[in-house]
Design a binder for this molecule. Structure first.
Ligand SMILES: NC(=O)c1ccc[n+]([C@@H]2O[C@H](COP(=O)([O-])OP(=O)(O)OC[C@H]3O[C@@H](n4cnc5c(N)ncnc54)[C@H](O)[C@@H]3O)[C@@H](O)[C@H]2O)c1
Length: 322
């Protein structure tokens, strides 16, 4: 297949690109290299693909209708994996309109371009944050997603509904994947685990929001990209599917693992819980198992070990995270 990945220069996008190329697909990456975090990091992701064949990059913005129309005119695209958007809950409280512009308007422009080009396969990266504040139980795809607590989560839910409408109106085949906290080498520098590893290495205090008892379903990036690549091959109808590890871990336990792996300890700077953050996530993954043959295989300690080792090789002596 020839697959277009929007947001292809990002954390998940460039990891997914390697995976799809290894499976024999052709990949076209679209990214606008915005400054949601240091664009040099995104260019480094692209540089790291340079020795591989069968991929190309189109730099541009998915909100630009003519740009997308041209891409679909020039390239014969079989399916789209839509990762482009502004990620992260806290920043969405500062810039809600910008989040809606990229995540909702951007998705609408993409859907229209796909409709016009008669491209029928779409996988969309949604988020576990749509489930809102919960204190226990597993999160089923049939549970309510109408009580989310951040503009980011709401923008993802709105994009899911847009995809559903395009399925209903125009027969677009769409799988919306609700991703649960993805981690691994080259994780976005603004995300908690990246920050903790950097803080441990540079001897700065770990900045921790809340009381450390939050529990998250941390999911290794290779497991996520395996699920995404199955989704683009199997997409059929309109489905919402969780991709998580189904194994929530307490934040302080995660920090203890990182201390063990880095052989370092630093003081913790305790900060107030941030509005918009959710205290607990736990994916039900039966549907993913059934529809995508999804089998998350990387245990947290091993995933963190790989992440720490990649950090040590790549960033330890740079200022990229400053
Ligand atoms: N990382 C996670 O834990 C996680 C969890 C749930 C959902 N997601 C979603 O998965 C997707 C990828 O996440 P990530 O962690 O790789 O984020 P990322 O920020 O590293 O990647 C997103 C990429 O999209 C690009 N982009 C943003 N707006 C664009 C636009 N208008 N036009 C073109 N390119 C644009 C950015 O430059 C960036 O390279 C995001 O949509 C995110 O919301 C991620």
């Amino acid at each position: 297949m020839t697959i277009l990945i929007t947001g292809g220069a990002g954390f998940i996008g460039h990891t997914l690109t390697r995976h799809l190329l290894a499976l024999g697909h052709k990949v076209l990456l679209v990214d606008n290299f915005n400054n949601s975090y240091d664009p040099d990091v995104k260019w480094q992701h692209i540089q790291a693909l340079e020795h591989l064949a069968n991929w190309s990059l189109c730099q541009g913005d998915i909100r630009d209708k003519r740009f997308l129309q041209q891409i679909f005119r020039i390239h014969s695209i079989d399916g789209v994996i839509h990762l482009a958007g502004l990620a992260g809950v806290r920043a969405s409280l500062q810039n809600p309109a910008t989040y809606f512009d990229h995540n909702v308007n951007g998705t609408t422009v993409l859907l229209e371009a796909m409709r016009a080009a008669n491209v029928k396969r779409l996988v969309f990266a949604s988020s576990s944050s749509v489930y809102g504040v919960r204190s226990g139980g597993t999160f089923q795809e049939t549970d309510s997603a109408e009580d989310s607590v951040s503009p980011y989560a709401l923008s993802k839910r709105a994009a899911e509904r847009l995809c559903q409408q395009y399925h209903h109106l125009y027969g677009l085949q769409v799988f919306c994947l609700r991703l649960f906290t993805v981690y691994g080498p080259q994780q976005r520098p603004d995300m908690a685990i990246s920050r903790f590893i950097h803080q441990l290495h540079t001897g700065q205090p770990i900045t921790l929001f809340g009381d450390g008892q939050s529990r998250r379903d941390y999911t290794y990036v290779d497991d996520i990209v395996a699920g995404i690549s199955q989704a683009i091959e199997r997409v059929n109808g309109y489905e919402i599917i969780n991709l998580g590890s189904a194994n929530p871990v307490i934040l302080l336990e995660l920090i203890a693992l990182l201390e063990q792996l880095t052989k370092r300890r630093v003081p913790i700077e305790w900060l107030n819980t941030q509005p918009g953050d959710v205290p607990y996530t736990h994916a039900a993954i039966d549907k993913a198992r059934q529809l995508l043959n999804y089998r998350p295989a990387t245990d947290l300690k091993e995933g963190l070990r790989r992440m720490v080792s990649s950090y040590q090789q790549t960033y330890a002596n740079t200022q990229t995270f400053e």
